[in-house]
Design a protein around this ligand. Structure first.
Ligand code: SF4
Ligand code: SF4
Length: 155
């Protein structure tokens, strides 16, 4: 499962997290010994981070793609989409809320993910989706569907 990475670009915080706390639940955060898909012990639903002023730099500097990229429309607000997106080098990482594991198959998300995979393939990039213990690579639009890449539970 991917860890949270620092991707914040200053001056791009045009949106607000509101009541969304997906990045406090879905990613693995080694610094906090937090496993993937488990709510951080410092997070209270509806209140947010209990150690906000003293939260680790990793948390302080992280913003998901919806927060930084105006090209992602309102439908990509993570708590609405039931998934969060962020970039890790050439990889666009999609963490799906395991409580809504089919989210990424719904429209408009499935078509958008395929489009991103097509665009990413042009520069050697890819789109990887994590759903619970399962990992998928999204197929570009002109290629046959790709199945599961791996399952953490197989390890
Ligand atoms: S997933 Fe994005 S919108 Fe949600 S709390 Fe984290 S940074 Fe904010
Ligand atoms: S320390 Fe705070 S900001 Fe960081 S994951 Fe936990 S609740 Fe979220």
């Amino acid at each position: 499962m991917p860890a949270m990475v620092e991707i914040m670009t200053p001056d791009t915080k045009a949106r607000a997290c509101g009541t969304c706390t997906l990045c406090c639940r879905l990613p693995e955060i080694d610094h906090l010994s937090k496993p993937a898909n488990i709510l951080c012990v410092n997070c209270v639903t509806g209140q947010g981070c209990l150690i906000y002023e003293h939260r680790p730099d990793l948390c302080r500097n992280f913003l998901c793609a919806w927060m930084t990229d105006p090209k992602l429309g309102p439908e990509w607000q993570p708590s609405l989409a039931k998934m969060m997106v962020y970039r890790q080098g050439d990889q666009l990482t999609v963490l799906v809320d395991p409580d809504e594991p089919q989210s990424w198959h719904r429209e408009p998300y499935a078509t958008q993910l395929s489009s991103w995979a097509t665009q990413a393939a042009e520069y050697g990039g890819y789109v990887i989706v994590f759903v619970g213990n399962d990992v998928y690579k999204v197929a570009p639009a002109n290629q046959p569907p790709q199945g599961k890449l791996a399952s953490m539970s197989d390890a």
